[in-house]
Design a protein around this ligand. Sequence first.
Ligand SMILES: Cc1ncc(COP(=O)(O)O)c(C=O)c1O
Length: 511
Amino acid sequence: MHAKALPIGSAFFVYLKKQLHMKSHRNSALELSKEQFKEIGYQLIDNLSNFIDTIQEKPITRGENPKELLKVLGDFHLPKEGTSTSILVSETTDLILKHSLFNGHPKFLGFITSSPAPIGALADLLAATANPNVGAHVLSPIATEIEKQTIQWLCEFIGVPNTYGGLLVSGGNMANFTGFLAARTAKAPKTIKTDGISNAKSKLTVYCSKTTHTWIEKATILFGLGTNSIRWIETNKANKMNIDVLKETIQKDINEGCKPIMVIGTAGDVSTGVVDNLKEISKVCNQHDLWFHIDGAYGVPAAIVSDLKDVFNGLEDADSIALDPHKWLYNPLEAGCTLVKNPVHLTNTFSSHPEYYNFANNEDEQVINYYEYGLQNSRGFRALKVWMALKQIGRNGYQKLISEDIELSKLLFEEAKNHDLFEAVTQNLSITTFRFVPENITDENYLNKLNEAIVNTLQLGGEVFVSNAIIDNTYCLRACFVNFRTSKKDIPEIIQIIEKVGNKLHTELMQ
Ligand SMILES: Cc1ncc(COP(=O)(O)O)c(C=O)c1O
């Protein structure tokens, strides 16, 4: 057997290069060839587009319990060996599209979870494929610039100067936490960063209305103030923070040696959608040199509707604002955002310069390293889906969708008001509360029990999904319209379905 002769001279180098090139292709189990990615990807997109096209015909949920779901999933151990990628993707698509709850269904009106804009799904695929780490500019050059532009656009959207700075976070809780920590750094004694809260001479206190979302409790627990630092201010008849009580409470705390640091105004409370009197809160903050934070996680995008200008008067006075693109900007989960009037408060709070990060720091104002703006270090490219949706439909598109959601909420309120078996309770922004009241029933305990049973039944039934609100001890059904698929025709159908379920449960409970 003759040994194969090696090429000589320049031909040898070509040969060597070829050998090296072949060796650089590691045979990795995770890699997909171009053809595989295309074939499996096209199949996935085909299935997803069919799903989106027929979502209104599917039940919102199958109401399966954990035991039933475990049966579907199979109780296996961690697989030892891998499996065929195309079978895996096709079976998983089936699993997810059969057994999920679909908040993209036109009759999903629960909590504050929007229908997801399909552009967001495409954006997430694109973002995950490029996979920039938006913690540092050097790791995410174009992604960082897109996030900066997204922040500017969100400022323009809600009508505050685009000199506010900020960042995208996972949702409303994180957006509020980020504002809370910036407030703590700005208004607590300067030693707080080195000596911690336990060495503060005076007790730090924060002020918010009774309707404030539960994030405030988590924030005070996590960031050292404790829940006793929260002053829950009474609301007035309109369910807005009572400004006189706010003033009195702050003064009393100052007299007793506490150190008030911030007031939280809510722009769209989770239960009924009420917006606090932001201008009045801002004045109180100015008077006492307090940080003014607005939790607009749900409601603040409605500031784009010109008819609501007065409702949001004072927004531009906020030191920080939380808003959630995954609520009323219809982005798929997860996308929250914190805006801060003077972004230096963010770097004062979150910046550090370890020796292993050779990133340019903010001496060059053009360069933002987002790890210095918030709690996260490595960060995904959340901004892309927000940016793409804003570009897809623009200011006018959003104005129309948000106004229509508000109209649908008003329509539901009217339908309930004009129906013999319903009582309309509140309507603010795009949230309607109402209840089912059978003929000749006046027992409030019974009505609460009946309406609670209606909510529980609807949430598993798959026809209409609403959540609940307790208003002055009255158990109400609550519909929140942050759904670009709901239309006028759904409103009488929703009333009909609830009437059917209400009558059935009433008959059963009376037996
Ligand atoms: C007013 C308000 N703030 C904060 C949050 C928390 O938002 P997330 O669930 O995105 O953390 C919510 C959620 O509904 C909310 O309505």
